[in-house]
Ligand binder design. Structure first.
Ligand SMILES: C[S@@+](CC[C@H](N)C(=O)[O-])C[C@H]1O[C@@H](n2cnc3c(N)ncnc32)[C@H](O)[C@@H]1O
Ligand SMILES: [Zn+2]
Length: 272
């Protein structure tokens, strides 16, 4: 079994309406089918992670298909790895996670935001959904074939712990010019994204074995533009006045540009 108790780290076993460990710590399955494995002492705020507004905006935006080309490419790379067990860290409302169900036997989605996990679990009861922190995954050591993190945290040590030897990490993150035109409308100065910082941050446990940049135009009508603003950090980083101006625009053409990385876990070298 791959799921462990967040309190005592022994195996958690699934019963009909709860998960329970050998020390009788018990976690109820919510009516939507997810489980809250985030102990209050691991919570840094009352509602950690993305706000309900950002989650709903992301759901509406992704459902409309604007990031489908990215999902298709990620799922192709993912299928090539032929994984049995996967964990999607910061899964949000599960747009990408849901695609993994056709590929892997055990799909686990983890997010710290309750609203996101509620929506995800309602749509895809076949996956296992947890409210949990990326920093303390409720997953047994060396039990996972692939960890994914799309626009989400990349906890290097936790990922190395839960992955089997030679396991993989699949990452999607903004490439330097992602949404350039939209950001130019929101900010005086547009700083390029720096995806390469992740390859540095994940070394030496993880070696980059494959990468690609996927770029394509996005033609956004007002509703989609509003959703996109609301689902990104630009929503609160931009001046309110600039945001309001952009939200009044009837349509905007910008570019999506994604950096995709595949890393492989490296065997630990033992000092002589
Ligand atoms: C930009 S969203 C991406 C969601 C999803 N992967 C997608 O691309 O649609 C980042 C997600 O990471 C979650 N998150 C942030 N910090 C987290 C943490 N420490 N542990 C788990 N999830 C976290 C947020 O709640 C949010 O759902
Ligand atoms: Zn326990």
């Amino acid at each position: 079994m791959t799921i462990i108790c967040p309190l005592c780290h022994t195996d958690l076993l699934r019963e009909k309406t709860r998960w329970v460990c050998s020390n009788q710590h018990s976690f109820d399955v919510a009516k939507q089918g997810y489980v809250n494995l985030l102990p209050v002492q691991h919570k840094n705020s009352k509602s950690p992670g993305d706000t309900a507004e950002a989650v709903q905006a992301r759901r509406d935006f992704l459902q409309a298909g604007y990031y489908q080309p990215l999902k298709d490419q990620l799922m192709n790379w993912f299928a090539d790895l032929q994984p049995h067990t996967v964990v999607d860290i910061g899964c949000g409302e599960g747009f990408y996670t849901s695609g993994m169900l056709a590929i892997a036997e055990q799909v686990i989605g983890v997010d710290i935001a309750k609203t996101a996990v509620q929506i995800a679990a309602k749509r895809d009861p076949q996956a296992t959904w947890f409210i949990a922190s990326a920093a303390k995954l409720p997953i047994a050591s060396h039990s996972i074939d692939v960890v994914s993190s799309f626009f989400s945290p990349l906890p290097r040590e936790e990922m190395a712990r839960v992955l089997k030897a030679d396991g993989y990490v699949l990452v999607a993150t903004p490439a330097s010019g992602h949404l350039y035109e939209m950001r130019a409308a929101l900010f005086e100065q547009v700083n390029p994204h720096q995806p390469e910082k992740f390859t540095e941050a994940l070394a030496p446990e993880f070696k980059l074995i494959k990468q690609d940049v996927l770029t394509y135009p996005l033609m956004l009508e007002q509703a989609a533009l509003r959703h996109l603003i609301a689902m990104t950090p630009y929503a609160w980083k931009a001046k309110a006045e600039k945001r309001q101006q952009l939200e009044q625009v009837n349509a905007l053409t910008t570019h999506a540009s994604f950096q995709i990385y595949l890393f492989q876990k490296q065997a630990k070298t033992i000092e002589p």
